[in-house]
Design a binder for this molecule. Structure first.
Ligand code: PBG
Length: 331
């Protein structure tokens, strides 16, 4: 008895009860990390136009919002700084200020939520006046090793403030090893390193760059972020970061690169994070807003796909709405 008409797969789809016996689980809230944008001031909750439903928060307003995140059992947060334009310079030096936006916010958040894992984005693009992810050399290219030195200082300032993990996203060669060495040298041997290890030069970061005010003034990021047309090198990027001491690898964007997540899953024993980026969020939001689909259904299908591809954790702008969008109808 091999095929039709004896074998009918629809038997196992006949009723919700039968389907439920075999359906795999949606990833739980503990698998999600919520990216959050921090700005200066107090009581600030500023809507981000390109990411409808998301806000830039001052520290105090962020703490207020995090009650809702923690109550849903979300796994952690990933902090991004949106500094005042006046702080920006050619090096992005304000990113490494020990009393800067992110170190202060980390301290505040950890004092209110000591058990919430707090990761910080480690990059310079929101802090440089040219919008690239590191200082430029005479040719106008990002100076790889100078950038790595700065990134190590940024990571240290976050670790000192009590971040559980730092997440370098600049795609400099050797940045993971450089940061690990600096952390260890200053005694932060327990600070976890989540590398944006396979980060593509993608057109789907647009809404984020509006949120962060971090678009390059000139040129693009193809000289440092990975080409989506070179699959083997994309995997090599992650495997090298594993060798350099990353604790968690990442594929970014996620939905357009499920094949890369699945391929990486075969090649590493480290945890893999999928970054469900701003453009992917905005696509679903726009489709739902235009009556093209039910938002919760689309979110659930897409987060399930990321976990099926092999992602252990999902960095997602939907995370703070877990109960409403994912848990709500997951039976
Ligand atoms: C910083 C950084 C970016 C994102 C995360 N960290 C933007 C970029 O590289 O241009 C994108 C996140 C998103 O689109 O959701 N380098």
């Amino acid at each position: 008895m091999n095929g039709f008409p004896e074998r009918r797969l629809r038997r196992l789809r006949r009723s919700a009860g039968v389907r439920r016996l075999f359906d795999e689980q949606y990833p739980g809230p503990e698998r999600f990390i919520w990216p959050v944008f921090l700005t200066s001031g107090s009581k600030v909750r500023e809507p981000i136009k390109a990411l409808p439903g998301l806000f830039r928060y001052s520290q105090d307003a962020c703490v207020d919002e995090l009650h809702n995140v923690v109550n849903q059992g979300i796994g952690g947060i990933l902090m991004f700084g949106v500094p005042d334009a006046t702080c920006k310079d050619a090096q992005g030096s304000a990113a490494a200020d020990n009393e800067g936006l992110i170190p202060e916010a980390v301290e505040t958040v950890k004092s209110h939520f000591p058990d919430l894992p707090v990761f910080t984005d480690v990059c310079l693009c929101a802090y440089t006046n040219h919008g690239h992810c590191g200082p430029l050399d005479q040719n106008g290219c990002v100076d790889n090793d100078a950038a790595s030195d700065w990134l190590a200082r940024v990571a240290l300032s976050h670790a000192q403030a009590g971040a559980d993990g730092v997440a370098p996203s600049a795609m400099m060669d050797g940045q993971v090893a450089r940061i690990r060495q600096a952390l260890d040298q200053y005694g932060f041997t327990q600070t976890c390193l989540m590398s944006y290890s396979t980060k593509f030069a993608s057109s789907f970061y647009g809404p984020f760059r509006e949120a962060e005010q971090s678009s390059p003034q000139e040129g693009d990021r193809q000289g440092y972020q990975a080409s989506y047309r070179q699959s083997r090198q994309a995997l090599l990027e992650s495997l090298l970061d594993e060798q350099e001491g990353a604790d968690i690898l990442m594929v970014k964007p996620a939905l357009l690169y499920l094949d890369i997540i699945a391929a990486l899953r075969e090649k590493t024993l480290l945890p893999i994070a999928a970054y469900n980026v701003s453009g992917e969020y905005a696509m679903l939001k726009a489709l739902a807003d235009h009556g093209g689909g039910n938002l919760a259904d689309m979110v659930r299908e897409s987060v399930f796909a990321m976990s099926r591809a092999g992602a252990d954790i999902i960095i997602s702008y939907w995370a703070h709405r877990y109960n409403e969008l994912i848990r709500g109808s997951s039976t």
